[in-house]
Ligand binder design. Sequence first.
Ligand code: SF4
Length: 348
Amino acid sequence: MRLADPGAGVQSRRGGAGPSDHKAVTIDGLTVMAPVHTAPAFDSPYVAEPPAADGLSTVRRDGQVVGRISFPPQPKFYALQTADGVPYWKIATLHGRDVLATTVLQSCIRFASRKNTCQFCAIGQSLAAGRTIERKTPAQLGEVARAAVELDGVRHMVMTTGTPNATDRGAAILCESAAGVKAAVDLPIQAQCEPPDDDAWFQRLKDAGIDALGMHLETIMPEVRRAIMPGKAKVSVERYFEAFAAAVEVFGRGQVSTYILAGLGDAPETILETADRLIALGVYPFVVPFTPISGTPLESHPSPAPAFMHAILAPLAARLREACMTSAEIKAGCGRCGACSSLSAYGG
Ligand code: SF4
């Protein structure tokens, strides 16, 4: 979607991990993250006007009105800063409507060399642009989480991390971070990391206060993995599946999830077959249309067509309902939020 006046209305995210260059948009009561600062968005036929006096924005397609939308208001906690002067919005941001999201460590071993970088990722960009800080301390995270709950009614939290090493792969820093939040406020937390080298980390993560875990495959077929995420592809899909099984033992069925980026080369049948395997293990496959982030090697890669996503999401949602494993059952995280995919709108 294009913004008729990109300076009007509430702030949007540029750079970083997750739905960067996007803006939260509420359509018929459903909040989604819509790309607004990306190359494909600049060519979009959909244009949103600045909000009118009633707070709603009119969306036109080729000049014709197609509907009215709203942008969630800027959260009140964004106006605060820590005692040592760090603005709260550099520590965590609001995603969707009621999710607090943070990247606890904004650096990654995979990002150190372009040869190994995940081609879709911009983790170093928002740091370089001064829009975040590299390491958020447990105390800072607790302080911001409490304010976000009290002032803005956030309901759950997503904690992701760059991969700091090839051993625990981020689990240790996530344990410290979750403990910092839980000491300050009772907020369900999803942590996201690569599979650690030792399954004992899953119990440690749970004991630290993490309620749900995401380990993100991103892409599936060997040639697609090697091309899109050459560093991360060194951890095999089979290792992911072993880790999924061990994590479900600890967190429970439906509380372990994985992101799958559709539109980067995996065939719909491959995504659906993998989703079947995941559901059988008790893992929620959060299938998301790929949207490029400006400044990354994939910045001009197209997003998948609606028909491509429909061919995946409609059968996937039916399989999730059959397995009684829908987003509504997830305690925290991307699957519960759902703003980066229309999977929940299909009933998944
Ligand atoms: S689905 Fe995840 S990444 Fe997307 S807006 Fe929600 S919490 Fe953020």
